[in-house]
Design a protein. Structure first.
Length: 219
């Protein structure tokens, strides 16, 4: 019997159009969200928000500048915009970082001081993340892709289809978040989108990837 994780990976494909008549149950989608919530992130800072766009009128507005979601927005059972925190939240001395260390992780004072020193050095020196606001945002965005990948594969393990979407106008999406959803765009920016549902048709061809030996190096 094939490994269940590999089976899910082979089942998953970037579904361009879903069967609009089929809906994911609330229980199943909460499982997908829980998979995202439990995903790892650098220093465990969880720099994400999972924003669900279910309202048809909002989806239609989003469709105007989401060229990568033309087939998915009208047909997906669930449509998600994943947000990443910007410099305001991710910089080493921000209230959010302190909240994560003190209230969520509940680190003892001595451990908190050591952890904070590591986090500060990482941003200032190891990864040079303070060279620009964009560097910190891009670093946070990288973390959201871990949650994204886990949710896509988790959905596939339940025979639920999905599609990650980067094809959108960043500035217009940020305006949409601010004007339509009242999201603080000083704190958050759009990282990536994802659609979930059930395939309308089977993929036109088998999954293609490079050979394992072409993408692996052993020393």
């Amino acid at each position: 019997m094939e490994n269940q994780f590999l089976e899910a990976m082979r089942f998953r494909h970037a579904c361009k159009e879903f069967d609009a008549t089929k809906k994911i149950t609330a229980e199943e989608f909460n499982t997908i969200l829980e998979i995202g919530r439990l995903s790892p992130s650098s220093f465990g800072m969880e720099p994400w928000k999972f924003v669900m766009i279910q309202d048809k009128a909002l989806r239609e507005k989003l469709k105007a500048f989401t060229w990568g979601g033309q087939g998915q927005l009208p047909t997906a059972s669930h449509f998600m915009i994943i947000l990443a925190r910007k410099k305001k939240g991710m910089i080493y001395d921000s209230p959010y970082v302190q909240h994560m260390m003190q209230d969520i992780k509940q680190l003892p004072q001595d451990v908190l001081e050591m952890y904070s020193a590591f986090y500060t050095k990482f941003q200032k020196e190891d990864f040079n993340l303070l060279e620009s606001d964009r560097a910190l945002f891009d670093w946070a965005t990288k973390q959201t892709y871990i949650a994204l990948a886990n949710m896509l594969t988790g959905a596939a393990s339940m025979r639920i289809d999905s599609c990650p979407i980067e094809g959108f106008d960043y500035n217009r999406t940020e305006t949409f978040l601010k004007d339509e959803l009242n999201i603080d765009t000083q704190e958050f920016g759009p990282a990536v989108m994802a659609a979930f549902g059930y395939r309308k048709e089977e993929p036109a061809r088998e999954k293609t990837r490079q050979k394992l030996e072409d993408v692996t190096m052993w020393f």
